[in-house]
Design a protein around this ligand. Structure first.
Ligand code: FES
Length: 598
């Protein structure tokens, strides 16, 4: 038995394991973007002490001279020979930049759950009636749901003078001792591929009273849905591992919500979950691998409801979990929830809803039709697959400006730049295009061909060309491959927009509104999106950000039965377009790759 020490905490492990496996076995929060596939080089740790295997060329190529000089290694490659002590190169601040709030639109208030209290006099029991019949007499209603649970509670409940019945719409969900009518809560949850947000809602007042968020623990097994599906496919017990990870995460979030707002988890009766289709499969412990191969079918897509206890979620024994409906394997309930929360369809406008991220889901409403697609934008827009890419957390360059030929880098946490996140890389490429350092084909120009290179910008020719940006607070480099990754992502999004517009026979000039949603969207700068040609310039002045609309949709689902009807109706009206099967899609995609402003 050996010991791994991280930040003063000791974890045990058996010899012969790679560090990545030791980290996983001990549930240490750590991101492994390629799921341990040895391809991303992002699982960096700093070896403080201990004997480990020597570094190979394959591992070394991911590390800079500076990183090597402080003992940086990759967890996927490193195998401890005995006790070791490590540190992480950057402080993960999970809550920093996790977008928790959406914008709650006006809505009617008619929750699915309500409570009524009843006097229970002992004379109710005097005749020949059983406890259950006596209860049904008092409630003036038959118990049809959760009968077993209610029967189990009856011997203690029946002794009370006051009892409270919990109703779900028009049936009795459960019965509790005493008058508990003043405590009735629900939790709205958005399970993102990267982050999880939980919002506690008072079902009596309709108010959102507390919000909590965390990094999705599944990020240890891959950053995008396809690597999670791949992990499940390749690893026996992989699905259970991911499923247990998310259930534990939800229980932790619920515990914090209750602690912070001083409420009892027993008074939470409904949980509404919006998420992409893969996340929902994993939540329900359903094998998602069918979505990773042709014909990309999901096991389920419509709304589901289960007793929370069936899933191991700790709320009231009568508590229910609802998973919201989605459209397809790649346009999930997070998008439908967002579309409904953003009222995409209500104002008679021609509108486009985009969740800019790895999957780049979008829904277009126009000419009486609602049509959706998912663009394989890849993880570049979230700072991944980028040499110095990172999530939008402390140390990430989130904003780049070249003003009067001088570079300015805005870094999260106001510290020295460690890497660059999605909004930073888009800003950066937009500025470099504008300053003609990058050509419209995406090629970084030869220094001799640039008329006036801004101060703080240097072109480095090596095995691949790169650009070093230096400002007063530090420097960051962008490689030719980084530019290509963003180019592919922007090509995917723009070609999706063109294809949907073409599908409903609208032009880019006819759209009234563009709604940008999601974790990543809120940090994007419209000028930069237009600058890299991801959005046509005709969209300028028409963009509306709605924040985390997935959690907003889940909140509305808890607060309004009418919203539940809307979401069901809208789900049925959205046509899903599989881009790869559309005629001329390849041509559209190729055209969309140029960095020319449209
Ligand atoms: Fe280790 Fe990608 S190389 S997670």
């Amino acid at each position: 038995m050996c010991f791994l020490t991280v930040k003063g905490v000791k974890y045990s492990f058996d010899k012969g394991l790679k560090l990545i496996d030791i980290i996983r076995q001990n549930n240490i929060t750590f991101e492994t973007p390629c799921g341990g596939g040895l391809t991303c080089g992002k699982c960096k740790v700093i070896l403080k002490s201990g004997d480990v295997n020597p570094i190979t060329n394959e591992e070394e190529k991911f590390l800079t001279v500076d990183e090597l000089s402080v003992g940086t290694r990759l967890a996927c490659f490193m195998e401890p020979k005995g006790d070791i002590c490590i540190d992480f190169p950057e402080q993960l601040d999970d809550k920093n930049k996790i977008l928790t709030k959406g914008i709650l639109p006006e809505h009617d208030f008619k929750p699915n759950i309500n409570k009524k209290t009843f006097e229970f006099h002992q004379h109710c029991l005097k005749n020949e009636l059983s406890y259950l019949e006596a209860l049904e007499n008092v409630l003036d209603e038959k118990v049809v749901a959760n009968k077993h649970l209610i029967l189990q509670q009856l011997p203690s409940i029946i002794k009370e003078k006051k009892i409270t019945a919990i109703y779900s719409n028009n049936y009795i969900l459960g019965v509790e001792k005493k008058d508990t009518t003043s405590s009735c809560y629900g939790v709205a949850i958005d399970i993102g591929t990267t982050t999880v947000v939980a919002s506690l809602v008072n079902l009596i007042t309709g108010q959102e009273i507390e919000i909590e968020s965390a990094l999705n623990p599944q990020t240890e097994y891959g950053l995008d849905v396809l690597s999670r599906i791949d992990f499940v496919r390749k690893n026996k017990g992989g699905l259970e591992l991911l499923h247990n990870g998310i259930i534990n995460c939800l229980n932790r979030l619920i515990m914090s919500l209750c602690k912070n707002s001083k409420i009892d988890k027993e008074n939470i009766y409904e949980i509404a979950v919006a998420a992409n289709t893969t996340m929902l499969h994993i939540l329900l412990n359903v094998d998602p691998t069918c979505m990773g191969k042709s014909p990309y079918k999901s096991v389920f897509i419509k709304e589901n409801k289960f007793l929370a206890s069936e899933l191991g979620i700790k709320i009231s024994a009568y508590g229910m979990v609802y998973t919201l409906p989605g459209v397809s394997s790649f346009v999930g309930s997070d998008i439908v929830a967002g579309v409904c929360a953003g009222s995409l369809f209500e104002k008679g406008k021609k509108s486009l809803f985009i969740d800019v991220g790895t999957n780049g889901e979008m829904v277009l409403y126009g000419s009486g039709q609602m049509v959706a697609c998912a663009c394989a934008a890849g993880p570049a827009l979230e700072g991944m697959n980028i040499k110095n890419g990172m999530r939008a957390t402390s140390g990430a360059v989130e904003n780049v400006k070249i003003i009067d030929s001088q570079v300015f880098l805005k870094v999260i946490g106001d510290i020295k730049p460690i890497g660059i996140c999605g909004s930073g890389i888009i800003d950066c490429i937009s500025e470099l295009l504008q300053n003609k350092v990058i050509g419209l084909t995406g090629r970084i120009k030869n220094q001799d061909n640039i008329e006036s290179l801004p101060k703080g910008v240097a072109i480095k020719d090596g095995s691949t060309r790169s650009i070093m940006l230096s400002s007063a607070n530090g420097e960051i480099s962008v490689t030719q491959n980084d530019v290509r990754q963003v180019q592919l992502a922007k090509g995917a999004i723009l070609s999706g927009i063109y294809t949907l517009l073409d599908y409903v026979k609208l032009s880019i000039y006819e759209l009234d509104e563009v709604i940008i949603a999601g974790q990543f969207g809120a940090h994007l700068n419209v000028e930069s999106l237009i600058g890299v040609g991801m959005l046509p310039s005709t969209f300028n002045g028409k963009v509306r950000y709605i924040g985390n609309s997935s959690v907003t949709g889940a909140i509305l689902y808890l607060l309004s039965r009418n919203f539940r009807e809307i979401i069901r109706d809208i789900t049925g009206r959205i046509d899903y377009v599989e881009l790869s099967t559309m005629q001329d899609y390849e041509k559209t995609f190729t055209k969309a790759l140029t960095f020319k402003k449209i």
